[in-house]
Structures are given as C-alpha cells and as structure tokens.
Design a protein around this ligand. Structure first.
Ligand code: 2AM
Length: 176
C-alpha cells in the first residue's frame, strides 16, 4: 500500500526566537488582524513539495543527504502583508546568498523529482498570521532579530483536530 504525505523543506527557528517572536507579535498586531501561527509552527519554507509518495520522499531525503551548503546568518528585519492568501509575514531585506542557494537547490531537486514548483520568485518569509484578508497595520520596524541557520529540515504538515501542525521528520546540518 502506498501512502503520501504533505511535505516541505524549511529552516527551523530556534526555540528561544520562536518565543521572542510570539511575545512581540502579541503587542505588534491587534487580535482582529489575523490568526496567529503557533510558536512551534514558525518556520521559513525553502521548498514546498505538496503531497509526496513514500518512495519520492525517500528519494528527496537521499538527495538532501548530499547537500553541502554553508550555514548563514539571517536577519529578520522586514514585515509585510499579502492580502490575497491572507498572510502577514516576517522576512529579510537582504536574503543571504547561502539562503537563496539552499532554496534554489532544494526547489530544483523537487522539480526534477516531479514536485510542482511555483513560478513565483522565492520570497523567504516566516508566516506570522493567517486569515489576514482585511487591511492590517504593519509596524514600521521589527526588533531586527538575527540567527545563525545551522540546519534545514523536512517537515510534514498534518491537519488534525481542526489544527495544522508541522512535524519535523528529518534534519540536516549546514556546513560550518
Ligand atoms: P505560507 O506560510 O506562505 O502559507 C506549509 O504549508 C508551508 O509551505 C508554509 O510555509 C506555506 O507557506 C508553504 N506553502 C504551502 N503551499 C505552498 C505552495 N503552493 N507554494 C509554496 N509554498 C507553499
């Protein structure tokens, strides 16, 4: 029997930073602005894979084993609102080369493995609020957090009991 799972590659956020972000978010946005993403679900997607068979998942994970990209520092100093998908996001004004290369590699491996990749340019972001379809007052600045990305991971998106949760399935180091 074959099973498929909804998967994506992403950068995890360090736990302490997840907590800092949600504390700041509570003050920065009104409760009507949108539905807050749970702290443990905060991540930066590198490549969205969609529904993937177990066989394809294995193939993609083994390709990821061979990635030898350097780590990088990421500054979270940008904020924005996409009203159509209803997303308020945290991002970076200057995406480091290492981030763009890692995403490009994962996205091209995904495409070659038959996972549809959006033709839209990659816009690295961490979704903070969902269902934000009305105008939202976006704070002019962020606290300007920075963190060192030392790993990337494969996640499964699971919808259960009315909630979406992201389970980390496997993690890979970025080169020092
Ligand atoms: P979002 O946060 O901007 O919605 C799990 O759903 C992750 O994959 C989220 O980070 C989500 O981005 C992203 N995602 C979901 N569907 C996608 C798609 N069709 N193309 C690109 N990324 C997608």
């Amino acid at each position: 029997m074959s099973s498929s799972r909804r998967l994506f590659f992403a950068l995890p956020l360090p736990d302490a930073l997840q907590q800092q972000v949600i504390r700041w978010r509570a003050d920065a946005f009104s409760p009507e602005a949108g539905r807050p993403v749970a702290a443990a679900n905060l991540h930066l997607t590198l490549a969205f894979l969609g529904e993937v068979s177990a066989q394809k998942e294995q193939a993609l994970a083994r390709l990821a084993d061979r990635i030898a990209q350097p780590g990088f520092s990421l500054r979270l100093d940008d904020l924005g609102h996409w009203p159509r998908p209803g997303v308020v996001w945290l991002g970076t004004r200057r995406a480091p080369r290492g981030l763009l290369q890692l995403a490009e590699l994962l996205r091209s491996q995904a495409a070659r493995s038959g996972c549809y990749q959006s033709p839209m340019p990659f816009h690295p972001h961490i979704t903070l609020l969902r269902a934000a379809t009305q105008p939202v007052a976006i704070p002019p600045t962020t606290p300007g957090w920075a963190f060192n990305a030392e790993t990337f991971a494969l996640y499964q998106s699971v919808f259960e009991n009315g909630r979406t949760r992201y389970h980390q399935l496997e993690q890979w180091p970025l080169a020092p």
